[in-house]
Design a protein around this ligand. Structure first.
Ligand SMILES: Nc1ncnc2c1ncn2[C@@H]1O[C@H](COP(=O)(O)OP(=O)(O)OP(=O)(O)O)[C@@H](O)[C@H]1O
Ligand SMILES: [Mg+2]
Length: 393
């Protein structure tokens, strides 16, 4: 601790006590150490900070501590005022990602989707971060992230809606579990108004309830038997919705974007959540793009080809994370920088999950797909190949 600059001068009382009882020289005081707990990936140690120290001092010394203790990495987390936890990680956990069995917890609308670099799960929780934007260059692992989200939500009582303008190549394999699917901008143009109508219907329901009894301003305040199922809308390749080839398309595009922005603005209270993926998402996409981006609280940035793209994802909420995102190597798909509007960020990586495994998992849980009458006409027809797999397992 002394070598790493984490000691403070002793108090006067301590100096006097040491001088009175021993002949030792009076040494600087290190932070008081708590129990050392081993974990699957290293150790955890709690430290009580010495007077005058802050967590940032420890964070600044992690590089020195890591070399002093010969470990792969040292991470610091504040537990409560005056107490910090050092997480020593023995090896690079993001190299071959194994999700810990415990931690992260289940619960409705919570999915442990990736592993953080300090070996704790990165949990996507729709109740605290309703909408999220995932950016990254091509082949950076965005669709893998989406795949994990779909697979994680499949066993829960949640309606899943897919918008995949790559003709459905990423989301169509999950068709048995999806309550609605649109695979091109024209279909999306019909699906989004239906979602907005669903949202308005739910607001009417909340309003009706308010007249009866109890005040609630979102679906979670409704009694359980009346509460509508939460809806998670996955949008892969969002830029496709913004791009138009002809002037004639422009009107349709504006309409579509307006619906998407409305869902992002008002969806949360109606239990409608957005999970948006794209390669770039900046002002050059035209009207509505930055407005939509501002509504997406959670940000995950995979490998990007230029700083400008990383800035689109992280620049407006965690500027230091931009540099971290720019240094993600191409040979590590799935590695990303995750941030939220509190300004905190961390490196995360999703485990590998094959499309077949994810599709089988969705087929097994196909019976859980809720039927939403207003979206019924968008319900994808399940492919027979996947259906036979589900009956076989
Ligand atoms: N966490 C991971 N571990 C190992 N391999 C991964 C991981 N994430 C993605 N990959 C691999 O990287 C490749 C690209 O992943 P993915 O399709 O998710 O990228 P993408 O960002 O969606 O690309 P595009 O923009 O072209 O759709 C895939 O072959 C996938 O198997
Ligand atoms: Mg993709």
């Amino acid at each position: 601790m002394d070598a790493c600059g984490l000691t403070v001068p002793p108090s006067r009382l301590r100096t006097l006590a040491v001088r009175a009882t021993t002949r030792r020289e009076v040494r600087p005081v290190p932070p008081r150490r708590g129990l050392v707990r081993p974990t699957a990936t290293g150790l955890r140690v709690r430290l009580r900070l010495a007077p005058g120290q802050e967590v940032a001092d420890l964070a600044a010394a992690t590089e020195r501590l890591r070399h002093a203790w010969s470990v792969h990495a040292v991470h610091v987390a504040e537990i409560k005022p005056g107490v910090a936890e050092l997480r020593l990680v023995g090896f690079d956990v993001l190299n071959d990602v194994r999700m810990p069995r415990t931690g992260g917890g289940g619960g409705l609308l919570r999915v442990p989707v990736a592993l953080r670099e300090d070996a704790t799960p990165f949990v996507r929780d729709y109740r605290t971060v309703p909408h999220q934007l995932t950016l990254g260059a091509t082949l950076s692992g965005k669709s893998m992230y989406l795949r994990h989200m779909v697979a994680g939500l499949a066993p829960q009582r949640v309606a899943l809606v897919g918008i995949d303008c790559k003709r459905g190549v990423e989301l169509a394999p999950f068709a048995p579990r999806l309550s609605a699917l649109a695979t091109d901008p024209a279909e999306t143009g019909e699906l989004l108004p239906a979602l907005v109508a669903l949202m308005e219907e739910r607001y009417d329901l909340i309003r009706a309830r308010q007249r009866h009894d109890g005040a609630t301003s979102d679906v979670w305040g409704l009694p359980e038997e009346e509460r509508p199922v939460p809806v998670v809308v996955f949008v892969d390749e969002v830029a496709e919705l913004f791009l138009t080839a002809t002037r004639k398309d422009e009107e349709r595009r504006d309409e579509l974007v307006t619906h998407l922005v409305r869902l992002a603005q008002l969806g949360r209270a109606a239990g409608i959540y957005l999970e948006v993926c794209g390669q770039r998402f900046g002002a050059e996409l035209g009207k509505g793009a930055t407005m939509l981006r501002a509504q997406l609280t959670g940000r995950v940035c995979h490998r990007v080809n230029d700083e400008a793209s990383a800035k689109m994802a992280l620049g407006d909420i965690a500027p230091e994370a931009v540099m971290a995102a720019c240094t993600i190597p191409a040979e590590r798909p799935g590695l990303a920088v995750a941030a939220d509007s509190s300004g905190r960020w961390t490196r995360v990586r999703t485990p590998y999950l094959s499309l077949t495994d994810a599709a089988t998992h969705c087929a097994i849980h196909a019976y859980r797909a809720p039927t939403l009458p207003s979206l019924a006409r968008f319900r994808p027809v399940a492919s027979t190949a996947v259906e036979s797999e589900s009956t076989g397992s």
